[in-house]
Structure formats: structure tokens, C-alpha cells
Design a protein around this ligand. Structure first.
Ligand code: IPE
Ligand code: IPE
Ligand code: MG
Length: 229
């Protein structure tokens, strides 16, 4: 049996538990989103400094999250706009490139402009690519990719469909979900086919680079067989 340790290139995280974190403290849910946004910075720094991580994909807003009360959705949109503008300096400092996956067209023109501007200004950074999944739903991503191939009368193969997805087609090595929920919630179904999963009870606002490092150390020693022996 090979003693090779697992390589970690692409990390994905479902950042869950902001609302419960706030509720436990007697705050309104939106306070949890504010605290959670700060954690993204710490985790991005960790990934930028990590030797092998090239991409970190973070689930920030799902196509299902529009079901939330209007005040919470409005708050999240405003927070994202303000947060991104404030993060520019951080992206430069960490050498992090900002990218997104999901239907950005579903957002206000102002927010779309902010997103495009931060992407453009960080496009040259190479330490890590941070992909925020925004208005993202995996089933929609796959259906739209298949439709584009069909419209172009191209064969639908694992390779062509994988390349047609909006997420650059690199398999995710490690997926972490915080808050104790054990489900995917329509996140990266295709890209997670052979990913190692970790679920932690920690609520996202309490998640730290130290806990991430501990998870990565466990990942490194897992036996990834990919169907072999
Ligand atoms: C995750 O935290 C953040 C988003 C989905 C935007 P939640 O808001 O889902 O927090 P809980 O799951 O209600 O605690
Ligand atoms: C998934 O969390 C989406 C994000 C973290 C952005 P949710 O809290 O929305 O998912 P469910 O409702 O627990 O499935
Ligand atoms: Mg949740």
C-alpha cells in the first residue's frame, strides 16, 4: 500500500451556522453574518500561506437562500458589497485572487459592478484563488452546462460537461461543512464526486485556521483509493 500523503490543492467549505451563533448570544441573525465575514479573511490568509492550496471555494449564498426573510437577504447583499470593497487591501496583502461561481446576474447592478471590479483588480494574484459561491446551485450549474453543450450540438461527455461547468474543472480534494449539519445543500455535486468530507460542530463564526489545520492533518493521512485497492 502506498504511503504517499494526500496532496491538497482545492479546498471547499460550506460556511454554515451564522444564525445559530447569533441566536446563542441573544443577537439577531445578521450579527452572525457580520462575524462570519471576518472569519473568511482568516481562512483566506491561511490558504494563501499554505504550500499546496491553490483554490478555496466558499459557499456564501445559495439559490435557495432567497427563501429567507427579505430583511436578511437585503442585509446579506449589502454586507457583501461593503465587505468586498473592504477586502481589496486584504486580497493584495495575501496575494489572493477573487473569483465567483453562481448567477451574479441575479444581484443588483451595483453589487455586480463591485464584484467585477474586485475580480479585475485581483486577477494577477497567484498565492490562492478564493472562489465565492454566490447565488449558486449545483443542479442549475449542471443543467445550464448541459444545455449549452446541447445547443452547440456537442457531445455530452464527462470531460466536456466538466469543462463546461462554471466552476473551473478541478476536483475538490477536501470539503468541510461547519455547524453540525450533514448535507450538501446543492453545493458542487459534480466536483465533489471523489472528495474527502469533514463535518464539524463548530459554528462558522467560531471556526479558526487552527481547526482547519487540524482537519487538513487528518485529511493528509486518509486513504484515498479512488476505486482502486
Ligand atoms: C450560513 O449561516 C450563511 C448563509 C447561508 C448565508 P446560516 O445563516 O445558514 O446559519 P444557520 O444555519 O441558520 O445557523
Ligand atoms: C447552505 O447553508 C448555504 C450556505 C452556506 C451559503 P444553508 O443553511 O442555507 O443550508 P440548509 O438550509 O441548512 O440546507
Ligand atoms: Mg444554515
Amino acid at each position: 500500500m502506498s504511503k504517499n500523503k494526500n496532496y491538497l490543492r482545492h479546498l471547499a467549505i460550506i460556511m454554515d451556522g451564522n444564525g445559530r451563533w447569533a441566536k446563542e448570544r441573544g443577537y439577531i441573525r445578521t450579527k452572525g453574518h457580520e462575524k462570519g465575514a471576518d472569519v473568511i479573511r482568516d481562512i483566506t490568509q491561511y490558504c494563501a500561506e499554505h504550500e499546496t492550496i491553490e483554490t478555496v471555494t466558499l459557499y456564501a449564498f445559495s439559490t435557495e437562500n432567497w427563501k429567507r426573510p427579505k430583511y436578511e437577504v437585503d442585509f446579506l447583499m449589502k454586507l457583501l458589497d461593503k465587505w468586498l470593497k473592504g477586502e481589496l487591501e486584504t486580497y493584495h496583502k495575501f496575494g489572493a485572487r477573487f473569483e465567483t461561481v453562481g448567477n451574479i446576474e441575479g444581484f443588483s447592478p451595483k453589487l455586480q459592478e463591485t464584484i467585477a471590479s474586485i475580480k479585475e483588480q485581483t486577477a494577477h494574484h497567484t498565492n490562492v484563488t478564493q472562489i465565492l459561491a454566490l447565488n449558486y446551485g449545483s443542479r442549475e450549474e449542471i443543467a445550464k452546462a448541459a444545455t449549452r453543450l446541447a445547443n452547440r450540438k456537442e457531445a455530452i461527455t464527462e470531460e466536456s460537461l466538466g469543462n463546461e461547468l462554471n466552476t473551473p474543472y478541478t476536483d475538490v480534494d477536501l470539503m468541510v461543512r461547519t455547524s453540525g449539519e450533514v448535507r450538501l445543500s446543492n453545493f458542487l455535486l459534480w466536483q465533489l464526486s471523489y472528495t474527502e468530507f469533514f463535518f464539524t460542530e463548530t459554528l462558522w463564526p467560531d471556526f479558526t485556521p487552527t481547526e482547519l489545520e487540524d482537519i487538513i492533518n487528518q485529511y493528509i493521512n486518509r486513504n484515498r483509493r479512488f476505486g482502486g485497492v
